[in-house]
Design a binder for this molecule. Sequence first.
Ligand code: GTR
Length: 420
Amino acid sequence: FACLATVSNAQEAIYDESLIPEFTLPDPFTTTSGEVVENADQWINQRRGEILDLFASEVYGSAPPAPEEVRSELISYHANALGGKAIREEVDLLLGDEESPLVARLLIYRLQTDEKVPAFLALNFGGNHSIHPDPEITLNKNWMRNKPASGYENHQATEASRGASASRWPVEKIVERGYALVTIYYGDFDPDFDDGFENGLHGEYPGSGESISPKDWGSIAAWAWGLSRALDYLEQSPSIDGERVAVLGHSRLGKTSLWAGASDPRFALVISNNSGCGGAALSRRRFGESVRRINTSFPHWFCDNFLKYNDNEDELPVDQHLLIAAIAPRPVYIASAEEDRWADPHGEFLSALHADPVYRLLGTDGFGGDAAPEEMPEINQPINSGTIGYHIRSGKHDVTDYDWDQYLDFADRHLKSTDE
Ligand code: GTR
């Protein structure tokens, strides 16, 4: 434990299971006042709300209420995209100020069919135009992080960034499997740098007033809120089934998809790809990225109250298994990667495992179907028969075809069942 006390941001992270201090996770079935949750009603009506409030006040920050009306504008429509296989649309969501709203642009690919299709909704890191080389996707002009990939200069995307992230987005396959893909550049909602709550949704909806309160929403909450606003739009769409929308995200956007899915019960399925600290990984393990490290590198992601838990994880009134549990009984899939030790694959698996009793209380088949797994599965051996899915694949921090193949199978099972 002595070594932990000296861990500062510049020092080495823990990568050895034997250095993890002993800890006790908050019990899903004991309320803050010490009452024991005995049945599903009590979980849903009492404990779940309490957990969501704690995540809002101590971890991600509180978001404003949903706007009363959905404002949108069709920007482009192409009936024969992807070589004639799909419809491609761009739709602007207009948020906040009537005169000069914040604009978030949805890029949608879907099959040409009269039936409403289920959808994957996911934020992207490099602009909508980065997900596919399709030259007609609008090039995003907003502030971008400079990416290691070519095509980004001085925080701006250039033409050379078209399709830069295409390996993470098997668009044709998703559409052929009968799903719409809906994606939005995350920086349309909130640019990913610490600007003291000035720009993006923070500027549009200034939380509690003149000064920033320790509970005001960080960027993860803003991105998650943006996903809910996209769902507002999809619910009204004549071509997409708003009741069958899976929300998916990678890394910081995986943290975001989990918070979106937990805080907005309209999401039918939730997918976390390599989300790590502040996502699926248990904070108390302090393995790889710790609370202090994440708060130091990315002070704008969480609310200021989260700083209280730097080197003080045991005082957190929640841990990330409760975030997964708050999604129950809806299906959730957590994916890790073998070389992504920074995101603590074992801690991600344990969150799924410790959420399992809640899924079972709510009448689902939980993690692993008949019985929860006793140990982490082997590499590339998904556990996907229950309502909680999990895999650890070979390779690094990324989204690969292997990951998508599992998500598509999982979604087929949960969003396309014939007895609906
Ligand atoms: C890392 C960060 C992780 C993860 C990742 C990403 O630098 O430490 O928490 O979010 O970025 O989003 O790519």
